[in-house]
Design a binder for this molecule. Structure first.
Ligand SMILES: Cc1cc2nc3c(=O)[nH]c(=O)nc-3n(C[C@H](O)[C@H](O)[C@H](O)COP(=O)(O)OP(=O)(O)OC[C@H]3O[C@@H](n4cnc5c(N)ncnc54)[C@H](O)[C@@H]3O)c2cc1C
Length: 427
């Protein structure tokens, strides 16, 4: 049978050694069967195992094959839409629960890295960079909002101060979040998968789920085997395809692209980002970048709605990198790749249950490194019988994309064009 390996990326090339797990064969029983071994699936498995559940993860390709093994590595707090939007669309109690959880994912990552001794180049400090005066005002309001929910460690930066942390004149100012930071994303999920196995969890790779038969004990089928479980967790996100048709209508897979330079050497790397923080700008179609442990610049940006793979990723992203850092014009790009995240119309995650025993969390709309770790915790809590925090997410309103499945890509691209223009004009 054809094997699907990690996409060719800097992360795959610098991954810690990891075993290949055998595909599922034959019939098995477990407490919880999880579909997908990205952060959502692996984080849920770890929390469940820590609570004493038996867990089996079925992964279509390799652990971390999806967005979790190829993202920008930025630990960004809160959600893709901020708490003020949540406050306006739900009641005060629900908004309080969601606001209180907005920084928990980053804490979970740090706890996991410490507890399981995961080697993933964890660094503290993330910068939100304002390109326009309007974005700076938004950051000021965001700081006040986050502090209202007890999230501190935030510093507003004026034009002079941001130049001390990133060597570009592209920004008017920004905000530093010392509880943000960055990681080698693939090594994080590989380390978490090893932790799952150390607690007795089972992971099968090259085991695409082709059917889920709902019932009192759902049965999850692959080509060569099946798992009967008390609960199923669907964690396939943008790579799930049409496996669960009910989950398709209110989300859309989108591609985003990343390039990685050759090693820059200590002096040049330190001149770009002296404190080694990661940076993302505040544009709707945002750029995000950071240094790797071996002093390359990892630079991502752009969105392809509908997740078509662009023919030449370097041609797409390199001009943005040079706009920010013209001093890199002679630097070679060693790696370029694309990956898919799942967009919802509200840009808030889609969480819920089908039939009371099939749980799902998906659609964190581009900011998922922290949220997916939190998702693992709230899914495990709900399966364990405590669903207050899960319900706070599960009752968020979600709507289908305008244009239905046929026209959602052009409609959304048109919307994004409008926001891009707005960013450029500073409206
Ligand atoms: C290029 C890129 C850059 C990004 N940068 C950042 C960033 O810097 N910071 C940030 O916060 N977020 C970032 N994100 C978003 C973040 O990476 C994702 O939100 C997060 O990793 C999603 O994790 P997940 O486990 O839900 O999904 P995934 O990591 O995509 O995992 C889903 C897994 O399910 C498997 N699967 C799917 N269907 C089946 C099936 N039928 N049977 C078995 N297995 C199946 C897939 O093979 C895959 O391994 C980025 C995303 C991309 C694509």
């Amino acid at each position: 049978m054809a094997q699907t390996n990690h996409t060719s990326s800097y992360y795959a090339a610098s991954a810690n050694p990891t075993p290949e797990r055998p595909p599922l064969q034959g019939s098995h029983e477990t407490d919880v069967c999880i579909i997908g071994a990205g952060y959502t699936g692996v984080s849920t498995a770890l929390f469940l195992l820590e609570k004493g559940f038996k867990v089996t993860i079925l992964e279509a390709a390799r652990v971390g094959f999806g967005a979790s093994g190829r993202n920008g590595g930025q630990i960004v707090n809160s959600y893709s839409r901020d708490i003020d939007v949540i406050e306006r669309s739900v009641g005060a109690k629900q908004a309080k629960l969601l606001g209180d959880m907005a920084f928990e994912g980053a804490r979970i990552i740090r706890e996991r890295v410490a507890r399981y001794n995961i080697d993933c180049d964890l660094k503290d400090g993330g910068v939100f960079a304002a390109v326009t005066a309007k974005q700076m005002q938004h950051l000021e309001a965001q700081k006040a909002l986050w502090e209202r929910y007890g999230h501190t460690q935030l510093e507003l930066m004026d034009t002079r101060r941001i130049r001390e942390v990133v060597d570009t004149d592209a920004y008017l100012g920004g905000m530093l979040d010392m509880s943000g930071g960055h990681i080698h994303p693939l090594n994080l999920v590989l380390g978490e998968a090893a932790a799952v196995e150390s607690l007795g969890g089972v992971i099968h790779e090259q085991s695409r789920v082709i059917r889920v038969v709902q019932g009192a004990r759902p049965v999850v089928h692959t080509e060569q085997g099946q798992v009967t479980a008390d609960f199923v967790v669907v964690a396939g996100n943008a790579y799930l395809g049409g496996l669960i048709p009910q989950l398709e209508a209110k989300s859309m897979p989108c591609g985003t692209q990343v390039i990685t330079t050759e090693p820059l050497g200590d002096a040049l790397a330190q001149s770009l980002l002296p404190q080694d923080y990661c940076v993302e700008d505040c544009n709707y179609l945002l750029d995000y970048y950071r240094l790797s442990a071996d002093k390359r610049l990892i630079f991502g940006g752009g969105v392809v709605y509908g997740a078509r793979d662009p023919a030449n990723v370097e041609a797409l992203v390199r001009p943005n990198m040079l706009k920010t850092f013209p001093q890199l014009k002679d630097v070679k790009i060693d790696y370029a790749w694309t990956g898919n995240f799942l967009l919802t119309l509200s840009r808030l995650p889609q969480v819920g249950r089908l039939d009371n025993n099939i749980y799902y969390s998906q659609g964190c709309s581009g900011h998922g490194v922290t949220y997916t770790h939190l998702a693992g915790k709230i899914l495990a809590e709900a399966i364990h019988g405590q669903s207050e925090r899960f319900d706070a997410f599960a009752t968020l309103p979600h709507y289908p994309f305008p244009g239905g499945r046929l026209f959602r890509v052009p409609f959304t691209a048109m919307g994004a064009l409008y926001y891009k223009m707005r960013d450029r004009m500073g409206w």
